[in-house]
Design a protein around this ligand. Sequence first.
Ligand code: NAD
Ligand code: LMR
Length: 340
Amino acid sequence: NQAAKRLAHIADHILAPMSAPSSSRAAKVAVLGASGGIGQPLSMLLKTSPRVGELSLYDVANTPGVAADLGHINTGSSIKGYVGPDQLPEALQGCDLVVIPAGIPRKPGMTRDDLFNINASIVAGLCQAVATHCPQAWVAIISNPVNSTVPIAAEVMKRAGAYDPKKLFGVTTLDVVRAEKFISEINKVDPKDVSVPVIGGHAGITIVPLLSQSQPPLKLSEDELAKLTSRIQNAGTEVVEAKQGAGSATLSMAYAAARFADACLRAQAGEDVVEYAFVQSSVLPNVPFLASKLRLGSQGTVQELGLGPLSSAEQRNIDAMTPELLGSIKKGIEFVEKQG
Ligand code: NAD
Ligand code: LMR
């Protein structure tokens, strides 16, 4: 029985991704920031996806080398590197999905908000180009601080007349991936059999795991639940500290972004897909952007699926983080307003 389960797992996770997608043409996907710590392994994972027909690697440096290297992988997709703003329009032309990991990462002692001054302009510039050259594309933003960069992207695209809230996403998949992994270790089960909502935003206390909804259920004391919540909230810092100044999570992030990109491409191909992301939201009153469980379809977000039943600790965590999340959203919007 165990052996049969193992075989089913291999079939689901290794063989299925290598088979051709059931419908629709393979997509054109751009990675902006493709030479970076996330960009390179993410591009590699996308190069192995049968849902990707054309991979467009853009950065301000080194993309010809990355594209030449990945181009020798014997999968069906074509790949091309683009360097510098002059080549950005061609990189974006005809894209179905644009994934943005461009920007600087944290060093020990920094918050994600400390990245705002540099990354806000990078994301604004790239989203301006997306609005001009591929306004129909779905946009997945990885660059931190996500709680501000997504509102920045929305505002820039709004001003360019190209904003579709159904197609703009802040990537929070890594929070879900981490929560699934940590719970699988506690419950001693395969992570693929774990599901747990992680909602809110993507920074410190704004990351709110809803452990009471974990499947399989967690049998932990209040104190243990609080410790696990804190570990999920601080998992990014755990990696930043372990890397000792060499950056933040890159490999697990590339994995998480590839999972999110796959969800987008499956939805674009007509599959009914459920995944978490940080989007324009009406789940909580007066909170205009929120990460929560989404139903995705061929035109983008079809439905926010809500938060489900909350424990009193989870409700307190949501109440406690809301002012910080609202502040980060406001900071992003005001950044674009100040540009005039
Ligand atoms: P990195 O420094 O290794 O790579 C960033 C890349 O962006 C570099 O190659 C750089 O040349 C490129 N870049 C800079 N300005 C650019 C521009 N204007 N256009 C195109 N490319 C540009 O950093 P990293 O480790 O890959 O992290 C990237 C970002 O992702 C950081 O902001 C980090 O905080 C964030 N991040 C987010 C999550 C998440 O869960 N959302 C997880 C991990 C990291
Ligand atoms: C993460 O969660 O790993 C990222 O947001 C990077 C960081 O700065 O922690």
